[in-house]
Design a protein around this ligand. Structure first.
Ligand SMILES: [Zn+2]
Length: 146
């Protein structure tokens, strides 16, 4: 039984595979794989490809953090403005004008009293209070949790 298994294994490893293209995008090498799972022409290209993928991921994370940070700065600026102090709310137009990006936030919080949805950007929460007029209020997270 065991011997049979070994013979089978040996047969598989002796198999000839057709030429393959290396998975590293900028590598033009066609190679003969020694194993069905081999997807790179050499060990270095496997390492390079995984490093590139990691760097790409880090760049996406950095972009996300910068966008949320920028949103937080806009919320802080608007909340402390004379306009906001007077009206206690802000229209979507103004947030758009300031460059607020509604697609970036850490978390969604639902206001338990009103059922309104709030988007969290670090220490600030943008809460939609009037979906028809597109009116928002801005809260500090630290105050909200009190
Ligand atoms: Zn390669």
């Amino acid at each position: 039984m065991n011997q049979k298994k070994n013979i089978l294994k040996k047969r598989v490893s002796n198999r000839r595979y057709p030429l393959r293209k290396c998975k590293k995008p900028d590598c033009q090498v066609n190679y003969v794989p020694t194993d069905a799972r081999q997807i790179y022409c050499c060990e270095q290209h496997r390492v390079d490809f995984n490093n590139d993928k990691r760097k790409e991921k880090e760049a996406v994370t950095l972009l996300f953090l910068n966008k949320v940070k920028s949103n937080e700065a806009i919320l802080k600026k608007v909340k402390t403005s004379d306009h906001y102090t007077k009206y206690r709310c802000v229209k979507k137009d103004l947030l758009d004008y300031e460059g607020y990006d509604f697609t970036y936030y850490h978390q969604i919080l639902i206001n338990k009293k009103t059922g309104c949805e709030g988007h969290v950007c670090f220490d600030y929460i943008l809460e939609l209070v009037d979906p028809i007029e597109l009116l928002f209020i801005i809260k500090k997270k630290s105050e909200n949790e009190l």
